[in-house]
Design a protein around this ligand. Structure first.
Ligand code: HEM
Length: 332
C-alpha cells in the first residue's frame, strides 16, 4: 500500500522527534514537581522599567511578596532573599523577584532605596504596580497571600523555572526550607529548554544526514529508485533548513555564544569554522549532482558525488553537533 521510501521517511521523522523528546525528558529534575504556571503580568521595577513575564523567560527565579515599611516578617524574608542573591551571584540566569504588596506606598524610588538596603545586585528585581494586578498575581498565579487584602501576605518563596512553571514553595523565614530551596534551585537551573527554531534546524540537518546515509546504502545495493527518493528527501531537508536558518537569523538578532572554555572551546570553533564555509561551498555541487543525475549523466554524477557525499554528510552531522554543544551539553 505504501512505498518503502515513504515508510522509511515516516520512521525517521518519528525517531527524530522521539530522540528529542527523550533528550528533553532526561533533563527534567525528577524530585522537583510542577505546581502550576505563572500567568503573564506587567509591573514596574525599581528603575521605573516595565517588566513582564517575557523578561524572565529562560531564567530561573525566586519570587516573594513583601513591602518596604513592613516591620513583621518582611525583614527576615528579605534577608533570606539577600542570601540567595549573594549565593547565586555568579549565575546570571538566576533572578530574585520581590513584589510589593503595598504598591501605593512602594513607588519605584522606595523600592530602589529598599534594594540598596539589602545590597541587591542587578539579578534581584523589585516590582510594583496596580494593587488589583498584584492581588491577582499573588492569589491566582502564585496561589499565596490573602484573597481579600494582599497586605496580609505569605512568607512563602516561590521557585519558578525557565518556562514560567512553579516548582516549589519554601517558607522564607525557615532556615531548613531555605536550605531546601538552595538545593532545588540548581536542579531546576540545569534543566534545559530547547529553543524551537534552533531545534527544528538541527532536526532538519540530522534528518538530511540520515537520508544521505540511507541513500548511499541504497545505491550500494544498486537500488536506483530508492537512492533517488532518499537523495531528493535529503535535498528537501537541506533546502528547508536553509529557509528556516535564514528566517531565524533575519528575525532574531540574538546570537547564542558558546560559553565553554579550554579544549571544548577549541573543538567548538574548529567545527564551526569548517562547517560554515563547507555548507556554502557544497550548494552548487549539490545542484550540479542533481542535474547530472536527473539528465542520466551518471558518470559525471558519480565523479561529483564521491567528494560531495562526505562533505554533505560532514555539514549535516556537524550542524547537529554545534546545536548539541550550544543548547544541550552546554557548560554550567
Ligand atoms: C544530490 C543528491 C545526490 C547525492 C549526494 C548522490 C550521491 C551518490 C553517490 C555517493 C553515489 C555513489 C558514487 C560511487 O559509486 O561512489 C551515487 C551514484 C548514483 N546516483 Fe546519486 N546522488 C544524488 C542524487 C541522485 C539522483 C536524484 C539520482 C536519480 C536517479 C541518482 C542516481 C544515481 C545513480 C544511478 C548512481 C549510480 C551511478 C553509477 O554507479 O554508474 N542520484 N549517487
Amino acid at each position: 500500500m505504501f512505498s518503502r521510501p515513504f515508510i522509511i521517511t515516516q520512521i525517521l521523522i518519528v525517531a527524530a522527534i522521539l530522540c528529542l523528546f527523550f533528550l528533553y525528558r532526561a533533563k527534567q529534575a525528577p524530585n522537583v514537581p510542577v505546581y502550576g504556571k505563572v500567568e503573564d503580568f506587567k509591573l514596574t521595577n525599581q528603575d521605573n522599567k516595565t517588566i513582564t513575564l517575557a523578561d524572565l523567560k529562560n531564567q530561573v527565579w525566586v519570587a516573594d511578596f513583601v513591602f518596604t515599611t513592613c516591620g513583621g516578617i518582611c525583614p527576615m524574608m528579605s534577608k533570606s532573599m539577600s542570601a540567595i542573591n549573594q549565593g547565586f551571584a555568579k549565575y546570571k540566569d538566576v533572578r530574585m523577584v520581590s513584589i510589593s504588596v503595598n504598591p501605593e506606598n512602594d513607588t519605584p524610588e522606595a523600592l530602589k532605596a529598599y534594594s540598596k538596603k539589602y545590597q541587591a545586585n542587578d539579578q534581584w528585581i523589585f516590582l510594583t504596580g496596580p494593587r488589583d494586578d498584584i492581588q491577582k498575581l499573588a492569589t491566582e498565579s502564585f496561589k499565596v497571600g490573602d484573597i481579600k487584602d494582599i497586605v496580609f501576605h505569605s512568607a512563602l518563596f516561590v521557585l519558578v523555572d525557565r518556562r514560567g512553571r512553579i516548582r516549589g514553595y519554601y517558607d522564607g523565614t525557615d532556615k531548613e526550607r531555605m536550605g531546601r530551596l538552595t538545593q532545588d534551585l540548581p536542579l531546576v537551573r540545569r534543566e534545559i529548554v530547547l529553543p524551537l527554531m534552533p531545534t527544528i534546524n538541527a532536526s532538519l540537518n540530522g534528518l538530511a544526514g540520515i537520508f544521505l546515509f540511507c541513500g548511499f546504502l541504497a545505491i550500494r545495493r544498486r537500488n536506483v529508485m530508492l537512492h533517488r527518493k532518499l537523495m531528493l528527501s535529503a535535498f528537501s531537508c537541506s533546502v528547508l533548513f536553509l529557509g528556516c536558518y535564514v528566517y531565524y537569523h533575519a528575525t532574531t538578532h540574538l546570537l547564542t555564544r558558546y560559553q565553554g572554555e579550554g579544549i571544548w572551546r577549541g573543538i567548538y570553533f574548529f567545527i564551526l569554522g569548517t562547517h560554515t564555509p563547507l555548507a556554502v561551498l557544497i550548494v552548487p555541487f549539490i545542484l550540479l549532482a542533481l542535474r547530472h543525475a536527473l539528465r542520466g549523466e551518471f558518470d559525471k554524477h558519480t565523479r561529483i558525488t564521491r567528494k560531495l557525499f562526505p562533505a554533505w554528510m560532514y555539514v549535516s552531522v556537524t550542524g547537529v553537533v554545534i546545536y548539541l554543544m550550544l543548547y544541550v551539553f552546554k557548560p554550567a
